[in-house]
Design a protein around this ligand. Structure first.
Ligand code: PLP
Length: 397
């Protein structure tokens, strides 16, 4: 057989995708599964956005585009940041990519290599460490606590910085914890970044999914010196229910943007032309759809948190954003669960939960958070109700 490269030899498949695959296998066997693994809205993409894509096909917009995206989309992205956050960016600071995940890969490839360190607060999105390792750099995991709402403090950030530090990866609001960073915490982190001149990748893909008085502030909004050190990553996947279209972007200083654009031109040529036209409509078209989906998420979040609150022995930090409940199940380790099984870690907990009660959650072990599990509430209320009934039954043993 062929010899695999060192780069891919140790690469693991995305744990969230692996968990979803397991649930799908059960489903394919005809089993009713309550699926809360995948981080994607269950809504279909709003009709006016789909129509823009159909129109793009009809107009023959089916060719290669500039590597970093078509000018009209770059302008729409800049207009969006001006309108939403009062942030001024030029199209020369935008790279449109095949989803925010690809954007993150571009940033890391542009900034990091062997010998470099990248600071990642945990719990963290599964792909962060894997993508850092792909560049040969070393992820430096800094644990945050439930008591702090799973937010990295300025002091923790400062203490993690060494001569080798090249980047902080911040995810606000956070997957898997739902943490929405308080403005004061962001401000303090920004101060350290400027003092120590550490660039910050700010993954703001859940920026429009904010709940209950939590406030979203872009990391780039704390002054020009902070903006110069910030690379914003975002996209249309979560807010516009467009996960399959694969459009994400970066906003960065011009030189970094140029490097990422070069990289992309060699790597993928450009993101899908039709999806780019859909993304223009998402950003420039009517925004009511975002609010309507947010209302649904609010309802589901409230339902899920109310239910989890009533189950003895579970604990969590109230999520201020995104669409995940992230809770500690470790008080159930070593106790008989449904079917008499016992488990002593979150991974076995999730396996047993799927097998015994047909509920799919993702283990916190995948996010650097032993003892925790993640439930995505981007699914309808009825499924949530039935799934939580099953979870309760499972825990009662
Ligand atoms: N960043 C975070 C924190 C995410 O949770 C996700 C998707 O799950 C992404 C980035 C990737 O988004 P996209 O689907 O646009 O690649």
């Amino acid at each position: 057989s062929m010899r695999l490269s060192n780069t891919v030899k140790t690469l693991k498949p995305s744990a969230t995708i692996a968990a979803a695959t397991k649930a799908k296998e059960l489903k394919a066997q005809g089993v009713k599964v309550f699926e809360f693994t995948l981080g994607e809205p269950d809504f279909t993409t709003p009709e006016h956005i789909c129509e823009a894509a159909r129109q793009a096909i009809a107009d023959g917009e089916t060719h290669y585009t500039p590597a970093a995206g078509i000018p009209k989309l770059k302008q729409a992205i800049c207009d969006n940041y001006q309108r939403e956050y009062g942030l001024s960016y030029e199209p020369s600071q935008v790279v449109v990519s095949n989803g925010a995940k690809h954007s993150i890969h571009n940033v890391l490839t542009a900034l990091c290599g062997p010998g470099d360190e990248v600071i990642i607060p945990t719990p963290y999105w599964v792909s962060y460490s894997a993508l850092v390792e792909l560049t040969g750099a070393t992820p430096v995991l800094v644990p945050t606590t439930q008591e702090s709402g799973f937010c990295l403090s300025a002091e923790q950030f400062e203490n993690a910085i060494t001569e080798k530090t090249r980047l902080l990866m911040l995810n606000n609001p956070c997957n898997p914890t739902g943490a929405a960073y308080p403005v004061a915490t962001l401000e303090a982190l920004a101060k350290v970044a400027v003092e120590k001149q550490i660039p910050v990748l700010s993954d703001e893909i859940y920026e429009k999914l904010i709940y209950d008085g939590a406030e979203f502030r872009s990391f780039a909004s704390f002054g020009e010196d902070v903006k110069d050190l910030t690379i914003i990553v975002s996209g249309v996947s979560k807010a516009y229910a467009m996960t399959g279209w694969r459009i994400g972007w970066t906003l960065a200083p011009v030189d970094v943007t140029k490097a990422m654009s070069n990289l992309q031109s060699q790597q993928t040529s450009n993101p899908c032309s039709i999806s780019q036209f859909a993304a223009i409509e998402a950003l420039n078209g009517p925004q009511e759809c975002v609010g309507e989906m947010l209302e649904k998420f609010k309802e589901r979040r409230k339902y899920v948190l109310d239910r989890l609150n009533k189950i003895p022995g579970l604990s969590f930090a109230t999520p201020g954003g995104a669409f995940y409940a992230f809770f500690d199940v470790s008080s159930y380790f070593g106790k008989p669960l449904l079917g008499g099984v016992t488990v002593d870690n979150a991974t076995d907990f999730c396996t047993a939960l799927l097998e015994q009660a047909q509920v799919g959650l993702v283990t916190g072990d995948a996010f650097g958070a032993p003892g925790y599990v993640r439930l995505s509430f981007a699914t309808d209320l009825e499924t949530l109700e039935q799934g939580l009934n099953q979870l309760e039954k499972f825990l009662k043993g």
